[in-house]
Design a protein around this ligand. Structure first.
Ligand SMILES: NC(=O)c1ccc[n+]([C@@H]2O[C@H](COP(=O)([O-])OP(=O)(O)OC[C@H]3O[C@@H](n4cnc5c(N)ncnc54)[C@H](OP(=O)(O)O)[C@@H]3O)[C@@H](O)[C@H]2O)c1
Length: 288
């Protein structure tokens, strides 16, 4: 059945391709972006089915833009079936080097942003007794990695939140919840975080320079050849999200590639899709 879907961060990457693929399948897609002057690529990708795509401004850091966007959808469609919290941004710098402003910003985009969107759709989804919330996390939401600690902390927080609300949203309100966990994706994400890092001093002459040098040497091992083997394209990750939405019984967790599953194995190996732990916690605490 065709669904009414809101997705954040559709100017590029995974969001762009997810919005386009969902519209191509006849869903009504509200493709939001914080800067709608970046819509050309999405308009081009969806030029054969423009009736299914509506581009709206939404900055996950600005609550009023979220409320406005959801009001527009509810006024027109009278329901909202799926929220995809896709918008996000990476950040590399050690905890001690990062300023509190930078830390707040990373948490705001990757954690408080999805929280704002979830809070805004829940009244409508509860009333419908139906809905699906999909949060795009990362293998960094399961496995802490050096120099990525602030980003990983934000995605861990998103994972903890999602895993917790999943325990009651479905049994009490009919709302499904899923987490998407990709490893590397060939989008602008990596370039954006490297640009920010380099524009804010790169490897500074401080006690952390040996650590950062080692980390950069590790990043340099990611040649185009290796990336072709272990990274995914935005389209491949988008396909996982599309499949998750069309699954009548979606899982809690989707590790999007074999590499993502291997990378997180010591954390995810016993309960890869999260269903065992969900049923144990639902039973133990809620008797559901
Ligand atoms: N790429 C990877 O290696 C990787 C790996 C694991 C998980 N992920 C996750 O996958 C998701 C998609 O990332 P991607 O790889 O597609 O990266 P991307 O191409 O950089 O796309 C990120 C999107 O988020 C948007 N965004 C950033 N801040 C925003 C804000 N305040 N409000 C609304 N939108 C905002 C960006 O908009 P602008 O164009 O305006 O900046 C862009 O549309 C993210 O949640 C990311 O954490 C990525």
């Amino acid at each position: 059945m065709s669904k009414i879907i809101l997705i954040t961060g559709t100017s590029t990457g995974v969001g762009l391709h997810t919005a386009s693929m969902l519209a191509a399948r006849g869903n009504t897609v509200y493709a939001s972006m914080r800067d709608v002057s970046k819509q050309d690529h999405l308009v081009q990708l969806t030029k054969n089915y423009p009736a299914y795509i509506h581009i709206l401004p939404l900055d996950v850091q600005k609550e009023e833009t979220i409320k406005e966007c959801i009001k527009t959808i509810i006024d027109k469609e009278k329901r909202i079936d799926v929220l995809i919290n896709n918008a996000g941004a990476g950040f590399i710098r050690t905890l001690e080097q990062a300023t509190m402003e930078e830390i707040h910003n990373v948490m705001d985009v990757n954690f408080y942003g999805p929280i704002r969107c979830i809070k805004a759709v829940l009244p409508a989804m509860r009333q419908q007794n139906k809905g699906h919330i999909i949060n795009v996390s990362s293998v960094g939401g399961l496995v802490g990695q050096p120099i990525n600690e602030i980003y990983c902390a934000a995605k861990f927080a998103l994972e903890g939140l999602t895993e917790s609300i999943a325990t009651y949203l479905e049994p009490y309100f009919g709302i499904k919840t899923s987490i998407i966990e990709p490893a590397g994706i060939t989008t602008e994400f990596g370039n954006n975080l490297m640009n920010y890092f380099n524009n804010t001093g790169g490897i500074r002459k401080d006690e952390y320079s040996p650590l950062l040098n080692d980390y950069m040497a590790y990043r340099q091992t990611f040649t185009d050849e290796l990336k072709a083997k272990i990274f995914q394209t935005a389209e491949q990750v988008a396909q996982v999200i599309v499949d998750c939405i069309s699954d009548p019984a979606p899982k809690l967790r989707y590790l999007t590639s074999q590499y993502a599953a291997e990378f997180t194995y010591l954390k995810s190996g016993l309960d890869g899709d999260g269903s065992n732990l969900q049923s144990i916690i639902r039973k133990r605490i809620l008797n559901k």
